[in-house]
Design a protein around this ligand. Structure first.
Ligand code: 5AD
Ligand code: SF4
Length: 451
């Protein structure tokens, strides 16, 4: 009799790149005759795909291992750690928790079946922190995609920017762009499988620079990323969004591409990190506020209104109240549709960690609250301005609040919940729908279907 397949549960912490890596890991494990399950309680193998961007994210790995082990009455699962914490900590993880059976770095997803089999076979401290193998394709089976309608498509991995505070260049290695022909083929395939939306992802998507320009020869554009956007738009995919854009590499031609193609979403995420030139220099961001504002002017000058969102770190070492005031002024000028605010978190091994983290906890909390309050008032104004207008929504499912209400994102990436006015809700899921906005909430819109 054939042996029963071993079951694997993968839990993803962190960014979209980790979600994409977990999808890929699920695909290769399934192909190697593992069964993928949806709970850690019943799995033979539990894999935690981890994030290390801030201390709190990193601590979560150990909390989760404790919780998972605590919930199991009978046999304990084999526990593996993959992703950024795995890449950075390596060997040390085995010392920190002896329940960890294997460690797989950020480029080891394709080799997981071998690692898991070795660990299941009794080998201890199995570890792979190596690069991706030449010729590895980023194939994800449709059954392993997190959503049936929006597909994550990585276009570039890693980061060369080495911002002083950031661990990502160490955890994810140097920038590596996927060949354009492969990306375009994948997206054309997703369209035939019924996908309505793709999400092009990378630490810095607009730093996209493939080794060979294949598939983009005939496409107009001043940069490879603008060319790629146009080529992807031409596949006829319903909606295309992308994140994250790096300010220094943000070319005006990206806005031209968004102007030209209806199916490119009306949204740019452009992290500024600070409103002070002095702090930006210390962060080694490679641009000044004037450069950033030039990009904002391009974005605000687009043919259609483009939503603009950003990330800001408060309490960077040496950030004075004057620096912070400049950040407040910048946020006022930019009128962001959304803002992610982070308290500076010291990451071992980064240049900033050598500087004294001199902004007190109380001061960080106070700056955080003031910035959050300012953003809230800006956002309320922006969200209210949508009332009465019609937006196109890709319907994702029932809203969190009520089963007869649906939820989705607009083309400017805002969450909207809406009533279906008697139309059978299930039949609309996965489709783009016109919705009239009737109310604005703090972080979402509310409306009714316009049919
Ligand atoms: N501390 C706080 N926030 C950080 N980010 C990156 N590194 C750190 C850190 N050490 C934030 C940046 C980045 C976002 C993904 O996380 O704002 O844009
Ligand atoms: Fe980190 Fe800077 Fe790279 Fe973004 S651009 S991932 S903040 S090093």
């Amino acid at each position: 009799m054939p042996e029963k397949n071993r079951s694997v549960y993968i839990e993803t912490l962190g960014c979209q790149m980790n979600v994409a890596d977990s999808e890929r890991a699920a695909g290769v494990l399934r192909a190697a005759a593992f069964d993928l399950v949806k709970s850690a309680d019943e799995a033979d193998v539990v894999i935690l795909n981890t994030c290390s961007v801030r201390a709190r994210a990193e601590a979560k790995v150990f909390d989760r291992i404790g919780e998972i082990r605590h919930r199991r009455n009978g046999a304990q699962p084999l526990i593996g750690v993959m992703g950024c914490v795995a890449q950075l900590e390596g060997e040390a993880l085995f010392q920190k928790r002896n329940s960890i059976g294997f460690v797989a770095g950020t480029r080891a997803a394709d080799r997981l079946p071998d690692l898991v089999n070795r660990a299941l076979g009794g080998e201890s401290r199995v570890m792979d922190l190596a690069e991706r193998l030449p010729g590895e394709k980023w194939n994800v089976g449709v059954e392993h995609r997190t959503s049936g309608k929006t597909a994550f498509v990585p276009i570039i991995e890693g980061c060369n920017k080495f911002c002083s505070y950031c661990i990502v260049p160490y955890s994810r290695g140097r920038e590596k762009s996927r060949p354009a022909s492969e990306i375009i083929r994948e997206i054309a395939g997703l369209k035939t499988q019924g996908y309505e939306e793709v999400y092009l992802i990378g630490q810095n998507v607009n730093s996209y620079r493939p080794n060979v320009i294949d598939g983009l020869e005939e496409v107009a554009g001043a940069t490879p990323f603008a060319k790629l956007l146009r080529a992807v738009a031409r596949t006829g995919m319903g909606r295309i969004k992308f994140t994250t854009s790096f300010p220094r590499d943000f070319h005006t031609d990206i806005v031209s591409a968004l102007d030209e193609h209806e199916n490119l979403c009306n949204w740019v995420h452009l992290p500024v990190q600070s409103g002070s030139d002095r702090v930006l220099r210390a962060m080694r961001r490679g641009y000044r506020i004037a450069d950033y504002m030039q990009r904002v002017a391009w974005i605000k000058g687009a043919r259609q209104r483009l939503a603009l969102t950003s990330d800001i770190i408060i309490g960077y070492p040496g950030e004075t109240s004057e620096d912070f005031q400049q950040t407040m002024e910048l946020v006022e000028r930019c009128q962001y549709d959304g803002l992610y605010i982070f308290k500076y978190s010291e990451r071992k091994g980064t240049p900033a960690a050598k500087q004294f983290d001199d902004v007190s906890k109380e001061e960080k909390a106070s700056r955080f609250a003031r910035l959050e309050e300012l953003q809230r008032s800006i956002q309320t104004k922006i969200y209210r301005s949508y009332i009465g207008s019609m937006v196109e929504v890709l319907v994702e499912g029932a809203s969190a609040r009520r089963a007869d209400e649906l939820s989705g994102h607009t083309t400017c990436n805002k969450i909207i919940n809406f009533s279906t006015e008697g139309v059978e809700a299930a039949s609309l899921i996965g489709k783009p729908m016109p919705v009239v906005v009737t109310e604005a909430k703090r972080n979402s819109l509310y409306g009714r279907i316009a049919v």
